[in-house]
Design a protein around this ligand. Structure first.
Ligand code: IFM
Length: 694
């Protein structure tokens, strides 16, 4: 994988049998909820191309998995290795494939429309390379048919179905194929709809479809780009990540964002906290309709979440650790370890912090957008129902202290632990934030069949929040990760393993890791990242210094969070190793799992490391706050966001910050306030603080 200068493209030359699936994931294209692999269109026996639609699943229970839909057949050009070049244009969302043939070059241009959901187009030049008539092929047994001279292919799973119809247009040396993809989460979709859309798309023509698609990508970058001055390689890697985040999340209806988005089928396309915690903030701050669609996915599954809480004898809503179609938990119950032995998976039962993550995501959306309708309505419901869950989940001891027993925190190496600091502090934050929402907007008129909040409830939530223990030790300034963590075998993973993502449980053995102070991923540190206002002032440093060397980064979610925290600590140079690690997780296949799709949470984490960490930007109390920490090697950064309905551009240099916005927005840097609008506001650094500049 190479990167021409400019930071806007990724190039893969040749065809590497071993890396083929990794490359196909890296080059995948997504838009409007449809994703398709970047696999070569050359006729190759071993090539596997696929198409998935966010939220369209097959199977039931833990076996629920993304349904793989039909794709256009390959070219009438056989194997070619060194003659093949694929170029992914990140700025415009277009994949170009060039094949040098003795008879000349064949060039294919394809895209998944960002404008018209369910539209895939392929242009082939010269026409002779494309077999006629066009065919759609599927992995699964498929039905095929023809209507109005348009061919369609449909795959139907136990519940969802995908149908694709293709119209081909040949003129001179150019062949254009437009594929309309139509899906139904509940049943077999009607081919007539796909056929009618394919005909309409053909009427528009690939030139016009491509032009509007390129414009749409340009517009998305206007509110999403992050420029890094002084690290060209990182610049390209960042855009690569943002490209896939943009492509993987639809912005209409509801968005089920699986762990790999629409870039692959690993984790069966299940929705984890990855979506709410890592992906959503990027969208809340750059393209709110997509973040709102992600929240809609949770809101439409409030019923099953309430049932899950009730089944466990609790109140409110208990969102599932792994979610798919129904909103009931689909976490696998067992898996085979390396020796082939069946081992239980407890995350579905115990990784309860997901409940607070959904509430946190709702607040991120509200904070970035200022969407009061959401805050008063469905956002308040999410806060109330999650707070009710925690209020009924916390065990109050005879001494009045509150405890949450038997959980798994983000560090999944330690199961069934009591009083995980992360879970307890997130629950506390959730309870207090819900109480604030009810105090502000009242407790009645709640939509979504939500029981009115009784007068005593917010007070009780606050009391439970106040009672919760959190393992904080004022003498050390540290949180104990869970009750008894510090009694485990001291084992500094950074001294015995290389500083790259390590599956310490496989490396050292499950039993050793379970009984040692080895942390899979940011846990106490994650708390400092997500709710800095809810941890003890000044506790970031002691906790980061203590836990970072114990962390194996056994989850790809981890490095970016460490980078963000080092930046916030005012040590941006120490953030760089973790930042680079996060940026290369997929491009270098650092975890060996990229073939199954790209790690969307890592990509969202990378954005957070840059924007929340290095640029120090947050949406807080109706203002955009900025507290930058630039690495020594960088000259500056530029961040584009959308804040309270206004697009904003933040330019950060070492001694100067400039903010401009389409419509006025309040900005705070340090203690200095200003309003940014079409006329930019500026701040300059003076000694150790920032001042508004004329
Ligand atoms: O959600 C993550 C989890 O934190 C670590 N294991 C993989 C999951 C999916 O990415």
């Amino acid at each position: 994988v190479t990167a021409p200068s400019g930071g806007w493209s990724v190039v893969v030359d040749g065809y590497d049998e071993e890396l083929q699936r990794v490359h196909d994931a890296l080059l995948s294209l997504g838009g409007g909820g449809v994703g398709t692999s970047g696999g070569t269109l050359l006729a190759r026996g071993s090539a596997h191309r696929w198409l998935v639609v966010a939220g369209i699943y097959d199977g039931t229970g833990p076996e629920t998995h993304l349904l793989v839909g039909p794709v256009l057949t390959g070219l009438a050009v056989a194997e070619a290795d060194e003659r093949l070049r694929r170029i992914l244009d990140l700025r415009h969302g277009v994949l170009t494939e060039q094949v040098r043939d003795p008879d000349g070059t064949v060039e294919l241009t394809r895209f998944v429309s960002l404008v018209r959901p369910g539209t895939v187009a392929v242009r082939t030049v010269p026409a002779a390379a494309r077999p006629s008539p066009p065919r759609l092929v599927a992995d699964l047994p498929a039905e095929e048919g023809e209507r109005q001279g348009v061919r369609w292919t449909r795959v139907a799973g136990t519940h969802g179905g995908i149908v694709a119809a293709v119209v081909e247009r040949r003129r001179d040396e150019v062949v254009d194929d437009v594929v309309a993809v139509h899906s139904d989460p509940a049943g077999a979709p009607d081919p007539d709809e796909a056929v009618a859309r394919a005909v309409a798309l053909d009427g528009i023509g690939v030139d016009a479809l491509l032009a509007e698609h390129r414009d749409a990508w340009e517009r998305r970058w206007e509110t999403a780009d992050v420029r890094v001055e002084g690290d060209e390689a990182l610049q390209r890697d960042v855009r690569f990540a943002l490209f896939h985040l943009i492509g993987s999340v639809p912005d209409h209806d509801e968005a089920a964002v699986g762990a790999r988005g629409t870039t692959g089928t690993a984790y069966r396309g299940h929705v984890f906290w990855d979506a709410d915690t890592f992906v959503l903030p990027f969208l809340a701050a750059t393209h709110p309709p997509a973040a709102r669609a992600m929240l809609e996915y949770r809101l439409r599954r409030l019923g099953p979440a309430r049932e899950a809480a009730a089944a466990a004898g609790r109140d409110g809503a208990r969102f599932p650790w792994e979610s798919a179609r129904t909103g009931r938990d689909v976490t696998p119950r067992t898996a085979r370890d390396r020796t082939g032995e069946l081992v239980p998976i407890r995350t579905g039962d115990e990784e309860e912090h997901i409940v607070a993550q959904v509430a946190w995501a709702a607040c991120q959306y509200a904070d970035w957008t200022g969407d009061h309708g959401f805050e008063r309505g469905p956002g308040r419901v999410l806060l109330v129902e999650t707070a009710r869950y925690w209020a009924s989940r916390v065990r109050i001891d005879h001494d009045g202290t509150g405890h949450i027993d038997g959980v798994i925190g983000p560090d999944e190496y330690h199961e069934s632990v009591d009083d995980n600091a992360f879970t307890n502090v997130m629950a506390r934050w959730n309870l207090r934030r819900a109480a604030e929402a009810v105090e502000r907007f009242g407790g009645d008129d709640l939509p979504l069949d939500t029981r009115t909040v009784e007068p005593g409830e917010p007070g009780r939530w606050r009391a439970v929040a106040d009672s919760l223990v959190d393992g904080y030790d004022p003498a050390t300034g540290r949180y104990e990760q869970f009750a008894g963590f510090s009694d485990l075998e001291p084992l500094c993973i950074s001294e015995v393993a290389p500083r790259r993502p390590i599956a310490a449980d496989l490396w050292l053995g499950f039993d050793r890791v379970r009984n040692a102070q080895v942390v899979k991923q940011a846990d106490v540190v994650m708390l400092h990242h997500l709710v800095p206002e809810a941890v003890e002032p000044g506790s970031l440093r002691p906790n980061l210094e203590h836990y970072e060397p114990l962390t194996a980064h056994g989850s790809s979610l981890s490095p970016a969070i460490h980078a963000a925290c080092f930046a916030r600590l005012g040590e941006p140079d120490r953030a760089l190793d973790a930042l680079h690690m996060a940026s290369r997780i997929d491009l270098d296949d650092l975890t060996g799992t990229t073939a199954g799709g790209l790690h969307l949470a890592t990509m969202g984490g990378l954005w957070q490391a840059l924007v929340f960490g290095l640029a120090g930007m947050r949406a807080r109390d109706g203002r955009l706050t900025i507290d930058p920490h630039l690495p020594t090697a960088w000259d500056g950064m530029e961040v584009r966001v959308c804040f309270h309905g206004s697009t904003a551009r933040v330019v950060v240099a070492r001694e100067r910050i400039e903010v401009s916005a389409a419509s006025p927005i309040p900005v705070r840097v340090g203690d200095a306030d200003a309003v940014a609008g079409p006329t930019p506001c500026r701040f300059i650094r003076s000694d150790d603080h920032w001042e508004p500049a004329p």
